[in-house]
Design a binder for this molecule. Sequence first.
Ligand code: AMP
Ligand code: ZN
Length: 472
Amino acid sequence: MPLKLYDTLTREVREVFPMDGKSVRFYGCGPTVYGPAHIGNFRTFVMQDVFRRVLETSGQKTYHARNVTDVDDKTIRQSLAEGVPLHEFTDRWSKYFDKDCEALNLLTPHVQPSAVAHIPEQIVLIENLITKGKAYKAEDGSVYFNVSSFEDYGRLSRLADREITTSVTERESSDEYERDSAADFALWKARRPEDGENYWESPWGQGRPGWHIECSAICMKHLGESFDLHSGGVDLVFPHHENEIAQVEATTNKTFARHWFHIAHLMVEGKKMSKSLGNLYTLEELSEQGYSPQEVRYVLLSGSYRQPLNFTFDSMKASRKAMSKLRDFATRFNFIPTTGSTLETEFGPFQPVQEALLSDLSTPEALGRCFSLVRELSEAYEKGEYEGRQDALSEVRRGFQATCDALGLIVEAKKEDVEEIPADIANLAEKRWNAKLSKDWAMADLLRNELLELGWVVKDGKETFEITRSSE
Ligand code: AMP
Ligand code: ZN
């Protein structure tokens, strides 16, 4: 069964398949590394990870590219404010991001190109656009994309539906602009005093690339002129992805990405979780409040990616309970999770979970089905239906592993609370055992009572004894 997924461009749920018949090649816009990513950002990264996991657990190979935005208005501003060289500053936050990704059990992309490492590719793409008459140099040495030269501009974000004309030539030099206007946008930004020493040489003079051209050049280099799927949070539909399409398709005359996957926002009290609003939570902050990354991941999976998801501490508590139930199941079935790149593909009794995921990545439905199965299988186990049926038990374990792999959850069996036995108690118990061996029953009983008074119970086996805390 193939994965069916909503496509922002056609507004339809469509099958995802590899155009080369081998591997689904996809791109996810990566983090802007100027501070810790918040869990809103991670909603998007977790859903991209689930997309890849669902494909892989259904036997489909993937090739995943995710960039690191290490030069833009924000990284430059912040590094200058801290008085740290840009590369040192972005390197620090990039490493921090990797650490968070690992904690959240995100698969490492096959390639993670950085913007700064691809300046020559971006310059070549801009030169191409100028040669084709799609871009022009402004008086200050900046280069702009000529939006009116690209007929399809606005197709992804349906600009035309909002009756906005592309004939006005306004210019937009900031990387992220709010207005739904078809303004000519910057491909290359001429050096400005506020950028400090952060500039590169180019055919148009010193400057730096704009944000949109970075992703386009990286996609073309690592995935080709045409590839299977492109993705990000919904805030990237306009202008970022609209501009990416324009830059590439105006150059190649080919379809850039065949499928567009956008993830709705994580919200706090009706507002998008974002740095600018200051209403964000990071993994570190949540861990200080006692919540594990796996519990955060569970919360992020609890809503459909097509709908905004409201973050609350009640949902964190519910997630903790849910994870605990999964751990009970793992304990009962003696399940030991395997992690790493080998993805198990036998869902067995957990097939309904896989079906929900293949149907437009319905994570809430998949979790609901997973819990129904966990309940049913546990009841059957308690009734003794698995006694002496090793094969059936293994099938359940394999199916549960496949479910965990597809959702990226790590579920470990609960460890019994083994209390350490104090040395004096252990000595007394040893003495009693020896008394018993030498058939000194009176001494053995005396010592047993002494231990009982101290709160410990001795139970004798054939070869040795066991000592546990008394229940009173
Ligand atoms: P940034 O680091 O700002 O470039 O964003 C990284 C990714 O997080 C992008 O795909 C954004 O669209 C996405 N994103 C930002 N805020 C949220 C949010 N509140 N909920 C979901 N995704 C978000
Ligand atoms: Zn991008």
